[in-house]
Design a binder for this molecule. Structure first.
Ligand SMILES: CC(=O)SCCNC(=O)CCNC(=O)[C@H](O)C(C)(C)COP(=O)(O)OP(=O)(O)OC[C@H]1O[C@@H](n2cnc3c(N)ncnc32)[C@H](O)[C@@H]1OP(=O)(O)O
Ligand SMILES: O=C([O-])CC(=O)C(=O)O
Length: 374
């Protein structure tokens, strides 16, 4: 019998220079930089540069990348037409997945074009993914599509497209830090999905569409939406204890809690918690954070499980007045930099991913019985 690692737990599938998740210590590095060193000190665009080039940019290098990102914001008309015509009740994450796939039909998306062309595709995806999300949201709510602007950061531009107005510096900073915190996380399910697709020497758009599909699930990026649904269902801080006890008795998973790799607190959670505390206090809506704090406390004490990145980010996005079904798309917007960097890394040292499985089905030697006799 082969040793089976269900869910590939503990398996090292490849080397990477991008992110390192130290689960026992609760430490996360992007290219050697501790997330606590990066968060609040560098912009999302600097993190994109870091992941693409494995070093932080100087001013000239950052300006060059920023200009390239902003130059790519316009979507092909065919994709805009799709966003306008798509079912208004569709989940934005599904629309994003389809639109990314469509984008792939607008260019010669072969893996074997040169490295700089693959990098240009990665930049285009990082730039266009937020436009897709915001434009679909505008279209489904019957609002006009604001013209693309090139004078706004990635975070500010998304908020501007969503509302039609340039956001406050504070809202921009909040989303920018959230992007930084979500950009990269080693071989998580969606990144691994992207790398598996890339390892067949398929194209970047196929890899990223698949990654978005993987992120959507409630055990992964979809959990941030699940957190708000849970808080809404609970309703008030005094109902938390009974609600959690009931959910655990029914063997339900509490969204935003637990992590495959972190055995202690996810280092991104304290940043998001702090942001959530400040934002909800400003809005006079402290009950969201009060409910969250109590849920986290119960899960820590009763199950030894901690909050993950999705737990407090939900309240942060809620406080920014972002509709719940755009929370996972925001995760995808931020993680696009990590996904595309991983696809580029995969191609730079490619070997096809092809694990084995342990056969546990019917015994060997089954005989075919003619169909009318079965
Ligand atoms: C960005 C991200 O992807 S971060 C993760 C986002 N996902 C979530 O927040 C969803 C809720 N969390 C979970 O489902 C899990 O913690 C996962 C999927 C993230 C990691 O899980 P795994 O390492 O595979 O652990 P697994 O699901 O096997 O759980 C192990 C035990 O802990 C329990 N457990 C783990 N997480 C939770 C949770 N959130 N609520 C209740 N129980 C939990 C399981 O029920 C199981 O208990 P048992 O041994 O008594 O059956
Ligand atoms: O690493 C994981 O398993 C999940 C993930 O993407 C993250 O926590 O950011």
């Amino acid at each position: 019998m082969a040793v089976v690692s269900k869910g590939l737990e503990g398996i090292v599938a490849a080397e990477t220079r991008l992110g390192e998740v130290k689960g026992a210590e609760g430490i996360l590095f992007y290219c050697g930089y501790d997330i606590n060193e990066l968060a609040g000190k560098v912009s999302y665009e600097e993190v994109v540069y870091l992941l693409f080039y494995q070093k932080l940019p100087n001013r000239v290098e950052l300006d060059k990348l920023t200009t390239a990102l902003r130059a790519e914001r316009e979507l092909p008309q065919g994709v805009i037409d799709y966003l306008l015509a798509a079912p208004k009740k569709a989940k934005p994450i599904d629309i994003m997945r389809t639109a990314v796939s469509m984008l792939g039909s607008y260019e010669m998306n072969r893996h074997d074009v040169n490295v700089s062309e693959n990098l240009a595709t990665a930049i285009r995806l990082v730039s266009q993914i937020s436009v897709i999300a915001a434009y679909f949201h505008r279209a489904r709510t019957g609002k006009s599509l604001p013209p693309i602007r090139k004078d706004l950061s990635e975070a500010a531009h998304f908020l501007y497209l969503m509302s039609g107005e340039v956001p406050s510096k504070e809202a921009e900073k909040t989303l920018d830090v959230a992007y930084v915190l979500h950009a990269e996380h080693g071989f998580n399910a969606s990144t691994f999905t992207a790398r598996v697709v890339a390892s067949t020497l398929s194209d970047m758009y196929s890899a990223i569409s698949a990654a978005i599909g993987a992120l959507k699930g409630p055990l992964h990026g979809g959990a941030n939406e699940g957190v708000i649904h849970m808080l809404e269902e609970i309703g008030s801080p005094d109902k938390v204890d009974a609600w959690v006890a009931d959910a655990l008795a029914q063997k339900k998973k509490i969204m935003g809690i637990g992590h495959r790799v972190y055995k202690v607190l996810d280092p991104r959670a304290p940043h998001l918690r702090e942001m959530a505390i400040q934002l909800t206090a400003q809005l006079g809506e402290a009950k969201w954070i009060q409910m969250s704090e109590r849920i986290a406390e119960i899960m820590r004490e009763q199950k030894g499980l901690n909050a993950n990145v999705d737990f407090y980010s939900a309240t942060v996005y809620y406080s920014l007045d972002i509709p719940t079904d755009l929370f996972t798309p925001i995760f995808a917007i931020a993680r696009m930099s990590g996904w595309t960097a991983h696809v580029l890394e995969q191609w730079s040292e490619n070997r096809l991913f092809r694990p084995l499985s342990e056969y546990v089905g019917r015994p060997y030697g089954q005989k075919v019985v003619p169909i009318d006799e079965r």
